[in-house]
Design a binder for this molecule. Structure first.
Ligand SMILES: [Zn+2]
Length: 131
């Protein structure tokens, strides 16, 4: 059910933004999804459209996956999660359980599996277009 909470948060920050900036109408919002965020896209899309309907809103929602940023705790190397090296099934399981990233990838410099995820999680409002 957390898709509903995330969708709710995105819509309410869009409304806050439009109020603060005195927009008459929101035309389009871009929602960023961290590539390691565990989310069911179908449920999220459905939640967005239901929440918008219930508030009488009508605008386009663009979803964009954002690259992750990982940092090695041993040597401080920073890198992005490289999905190119994984097969489809591994990609799926990592999007589903982000912690699995540790099983599949170590630091590209020293090989340590001990790293933290700086970016790549969460859902947030990236941009808004309106009048
Ligand atoms: Zn390292």
């Amino acid at each position: 059910m957390h898709e509903w909470a995330l969708a709710e948060a995105v819509i309410s920050s869009a409304l806050d933004f439009s109020k603060e900036n005195r927009l008459k109408e929101i035309k389009e919002i871009t929602v960023a999804l961290g590539e390691l965020q565990q989310i069911d896209r179908e449920v999220f899309d459905f939640a967005l459209s239901e929440i918008m309907k219930s508030k009488g809103l009508e605008f386009r929602v663009v979803l964009r996956r954002k690259k992750s940023l990982l940092k090695c705790k041993r040597c401080n190397e920073e890198w992005s999660f490289d999905t190119g090296k994984l097969n489809e099934q591994e990609k799926e399981s990592i999007h589903f359980i982000p912690e699995l990233v540790h099983d599949y990838q170590g630091c590209p410099k020293c090989g340590s599996p001990d790293f933290k995820i700086l970016k790549g999680r969460g859902v947030w409002l990236d941009s808004i277009r309106g009048d």
